[in-house]
Design a protein. Structure first.
Lengths: 782, 221
């Protein structure tokens, strides 16, 4: 069962339209909320006149920030990760004095229908006094830049560094070769298919609030609602994630909107639903990336890296979103060693406030940015040194016998074997043949061929609690799982992760069925409900299997251990002589002396013929805290063709060899790789969130924000190597983000590789035909 | 967004300048204008119906004129806000004599925000151009109507001394349909190369006819 590509059990309902998402739900007496948002990137708010809206047909109530302040709820959205010296200006759920990005919420209208609420919202009159906007992550720190928060002079939210600066500077001084690049990691908009939504149902008589909402982590949302937004006791809030249609990180974060909806329901004493429009999604779902980096690499005469030095400015947007401070620091700086043995690394990250939508974790979260920096630098170095990019990487890989390997940027890689993955990728892509064809075209003409490599590493399976706690996390990042065996032997597993497309209903059930030797139909998985599930940290950071799956495995071990005691009693054998295999408890060396799984499960509940002192029942819970991150890796090869006349770029080949350790369901793994690659190719070639100088989001619709489409992609060649994780029970590492981490650098390297004869060293993403066409004519990046 | 250009009037700078400062004239000039009230010295409040691509709505706003140097120049500041965003502008209007006529130069820096920028930005330039051109063409008609009332012939048998000029009704402001058509023309001009335009227009007409026929049938059936 483990290792078999069974079809996803959740799909029949989802693909036939029977999935129940938050917006599909309705409760008796339900009203609808529409949120009034600032059209200005930065302005002081004068009066808010709600009279016309309140008088509009079907309107139940209109609330402003003053109403929130006058109530006894907390009314703010907190930050979940603190860094030394970090500035954490308050983020009220409804702005009262100042708005700081286009989309900042200033009022909410509740009406009998969603249409009536939307119509009335247009009647709310807000007096704005415009202030200057600032949108560039680096420019925000310039002297004289408009100030977003009085508490954060120079717009600096934090100024963080990691590594040995003196050693790194020394390495650069003695280097035979140095390369340098000013890199922009383009701002992205997540685009989950299902927009965010919340259905809040306040029960005033019991003082209980039930929030059905689009969340990747119901328990964290409950906690943040308790401590900051609503102020209700934690046990009086129930957060339920119905079907959730994708998140990519955007549904980790705690936003004002869901808290506003909860507030409205409490005020009115009736259920209230809010569903974001696609425009609201683009304006307010935390964006991703948006880095400017000055990156340098130093090498010795043999092409070995001796130092890496990076100064990054990372946009935080208008407010610090839930995990935002961790993304460009501990999920980024720590990854700058890549797959390479680098003796000296120093990184500084300045997080800056900008009058834009907040930036937070988006699929890959810091690791695609780190991979982009290191993989662009190594290609620049290879070109400078006259080495083939594959050879350049090979020379610098951490050798297979050097693990565990301590990097210069805090992480200790537990395992790895990088060269076989590179070799397999080169073989599968026919790298030698591609290089010959490239050479032929460079002589004979035709479309330009570019080949790009990306040898990535990620730290996922987030995360060891004590480690993240020491780095500023305001939560532990362990995971829990409970296995409840029913008297007839079927099983319900309660896991603290929260699937929103990952297929946990299948993968987790495979683990249970395989371990207990029962049919998968005998297993159900419950997630995404704080009342049902003990506790949980949710699904993100490629953690569900590595951490949640491990908790599940631990609980199954406990169940089997108890089952052995029951079986030993029935068989009149010693506990320690019992074995369990294929659904049968038997005495070691005497397989005929056995009791079937179902008999033991039943006896656990009958407790008629039962070991003395053993509690009845068969239900076990584990809270699993990982010993380390997991470190998946691999090499991707992208091949592009460029029309030298028009600059049009076409992806013509893509090979990925990934190592995510043991695979539970290879089809789900492949699906994750496929989607991840598409998303990363999107960043490399098309996607770009653009704010104009006044802070207006110019790419606010899908007319202007170009997502990858199927016909623009190719059939990927996939393969994998297997280097099991040594520190978790399943030997698994996580794969949800791998494609997105590797592919932007692979595609960018391919495009620059194609343009090299034209003197192009670097081009920023997205690599649009216009940008390429200009570079072809100017010989240098725009 | 920069809105700049020039327009020639067949009238003396004084007449054009006077018209430009007359709210009555302006109200008849700007397409989509619903009202324009004088609220202070050279300050007006009004409401304007604007449509940019799929975004339409009524903007409430004010216009103020300063640095007025008749008949040569003034500075114009405007701010408008509606359900779908805002439009703010700051610019200079300059007039100079041009062989009996007047050459008007305008140079406005406009800021547009909210949904009108996020959703309508592809059409903003075209819409702004159309709006400006229509406004100027409207202004030209208004100026002509003010400066040439004498073309009306005196009534038969009337005494020259007691002659009362007939009231010449100034031309009406352009309708929403005219405005929409002008915008469509400008958008087309921006998007479609000239040699294809007849095709596109032809195709649009065919489709339009087909839809009308279908609708008529559907309604009568």
């Amino acid at each position: 069962m483990i290792g078999s590509s069974i079809k996803r059990r959740e799909d029949p309902a989802l693909v036939t339209g029977k999935g129940k998402y938050t917006d599909d739900l309705a409760l008796p007496g339900m009203a609808h909320a529409a949120i009034v948002r600032s059209p200005y990137a930065h302005a002081t708010v004068g009066g808010v006149d709600v009279s016309a809206a309140a008088a509009a047909p079907g309107v139940a109530a209109v609330y402003t920030g003053a109403d929130v302040e006058a109530s006894d709820i907390g009314g703010v959205v907190p930050v979940g990760w603190l860094l030394p010296g970090i500035k954490t200006p308050a983020h009220p759920i409804l702005a009262t004095e100042r708005v700081r990005y286009v989309g900042d919420a200033v009022a909410v209208v509740v009406a009998e229908s969603a249409a009536a609420a939307a119509d009335a919202a247009e009647r709310v009159q807000v007096e704005y006094e415009p202030l200057p906007a600032v949108t560039d992550p680096r420019g925000a720190a310039d002297e004289g830049a408009p100030q977003v928060h009085d508490e954060a002079p120079g717009n600096v939210a934090f100024d963080w560094e990691l590594g040995d600066r003196a050693a790194t500077d020394a390495a650069f001084e003695g280097a035979a070769l140095t390369v340098k690049a000013d890199l922009r990691n383009n701002r992205l908009i997540p685009h989950a298919v299902e927009p965010r939504a919340c259905l809040a149902d306040w029960d005033g008589t019991r003082g209980e609030h039930t929030l059905r909402m689009t969340t990747q982590n119901p328990h964290l949302h409950r906690l943040l609602m308790t401590i900051a937004s609503l102020g209700l006791p934690e046990h009086k809030i129930r957060v339920i994630a119905p079907e959730v249609g994708g998140g990519f990180g955007s549904k980790i974060h705690h936003y004002p909107d869901e808290a506003i909806t909860a507030f409205c329901s409490m005020q009115l004493g009736r259920p209230v639903k809010w569903t974001a429009t696609r425009s609201e999604t683009n304006l307010t779902d935390a964006h991703g990336r948006d880095h400017r980096s000055l990156a340098e690499m130093a090498l010795d005469a043999e092409g070995r890296i001796v130092g890496v030095r990076v100064v990054t400015h990372a946009a935080m947007g208008a407010y610090l979103s839930t995990f935002a401070p961790a993304v460009p620091t501990y999920l980024y700086g720590t990854l700058l060693s890549g797959q390479y043995d680098i003796p000296a690394i120093w990184v500084r990250t300045v997080g800056t406030f900008t009058t834009t939508c907040p930036v937070d974790a988006y699929r890959g979260a810091g690791r695609p940015e780190a991979t982009y920096v290191i993989e662009r630098l190594i290609d620049l170095a290879a070109a400078e040194a006259g080495l083939d990019p594959a050879e350049m990487r090979r020379r610098n890989f951490i050798p297979a016998d050097a693990f565990p390997y301590q990097t210069q940027v805090a992480l200790a890689y537990d395992s790895g074997n990088y060269e076989p993955a590179l070799d397999r990728a080169l073989e599968l892509a026919d790298y030698a043949g591609l290089r010959r064809e490239q050479q032929r075209r460079r002589v004979e003409g035709g479309k330009l061929l570019g080949i790009g490599l990306s040898s990535y590493i990620e730290a996922c399976g987030i995360a060891p609690s004590a480690v993240v706690g020491s780095l500023g996390a305001q939560a532990g990042l362990w995971e829990s799982a409970k296995v409840r065996v029913h008297p007839s032997g079927s099983v319900t597993a309660y896991v603290g992760t929260s699937s929103h497309g990952q297929g946990h209903q299948t993968t987790f059930a495979q683990i249970v069925a395989d371990t207990l030797g029962i049919d998968i139909d005998q297993v159900d998985v419950i997630e995404g409900d704080t009342r049902e599930v003990q506790f949980g940290m949710g699904t993100y950071g490629s953690r569900s299997l590595a951490v949640g799956g491990s908790a599940l495995a631990r609980s199954l071990d406990k169940v089997i251990a108890k089952g052995k005691k029951i079986a030993a009693h029935l068989l009149e054998a010693a506990d320690e002589d019992m074995e369990f295999e294929d659904g049968s408890f038997f005495v070691r060396g005497a397989p005929s002396k056995a009791r079937a799984w179902g008999e033991v499960a039943l006896q656990a509940y009958l407790a008629h013929d039962y070991p003395e002192g053993l509690e009845p029942g068969l239900e076990e819970t584990s809270f699993y805290d990982p010993a380390n991150f997991t470190y998946p890796f691999g090499t991707h090869v992208a091949v592009v063709e460029i029309d030298p006349e028009t600059g049009e770029v076409e992806l013509v080949g893509y090979t990925a060899v990934d190592d995510c350790g043991n695979q539970i369901n290879p089809m789900i793994v492949a699906g994750q790789i496929h989607g991840g690659i598409a998303q990363g190719v999107g960043q490399a070639l098309w996607e770009n969130a653009v704010y104009d100088e006044n802070g207006q989001l110019l790419t606010a619709t899908l007319l202007d924000y170009a997502l990858p489409r199927a016909h623009k992609l190719v059939s990927y060649r996939l393969d994998h190597t297997v280097t099991p994780c040594p520190h978790n029970p399943l030997g698994v590492k996580g794969v949800g983000e791998a494609g997105t981490i590797a592919s932007p650098a692979a595609v960018a390297n391919a495009v620059v590789d194609a343009l090299r004869p034209y003197g192009v060293r670097h081009l920023d993403m997205p690599l649009t035909p216009e940008r390429i066409w200009r570079a072809l004519r100017n010989g240098e990046g725009s | 967004m920069k809105i700049e250009g020039e327009h020639r009037f067949e009238a003396a700078p004084e007449s054009v300048f006077e018209a430009l400062l007359d709210p009555e004239v302006l109200a008849r000039t700007l397409p989509g204008i619903q009202k324009l009230d004088r609220v202070g010295d050279n300050e007006y409040r009004g409401a304007l119906d604007i449509r940019v691509g799929p975004v339409q709505g009524r903007f409430q706003g004010k216009v103020s004129l300063s640095e007025i140097q008749p008949p040569e120049s003034y500075r114009l500041q405007m701010s408008g806000q509606g359900p779908h965003g805002f439009v703010n502008g700051d610019g200079a209007i300059r007039l100079e004599g041009d062989g009996g006529g007047t050459l008007l130069r305008y140079d406005v820096d406009a800021q547009v925000g909210g949904r009108i920028a996020g959703v309508g930005q592809r059409l903003l330039d075209s819409s702004a151009k159309a709006l400006t051109r229509q406004a100027l063409e409207g202004l030209e008609k208004q100026v002509a109507a003010r400066t040439r009332p004498a073309v009306a012939r005196p009534p038969e048998g009337a005494d020259d001394e007691t002659l009362e000029l007939p009231v010449v009704e100034p031309p009406p402001p352009p309708s929403q349909t005219e405005f929409a058509a002008a915008v469509a023309r400008n958008v087309l001009a921006d998007l479609v190369p000239p040699r294809h335009r007849p095709w596109v227009i032809g195709l649009a007409l065919v489709l339009y006819t087909a839809v009308v026929v279908l609708l008529t049938r559907a309604c009568s059936g």
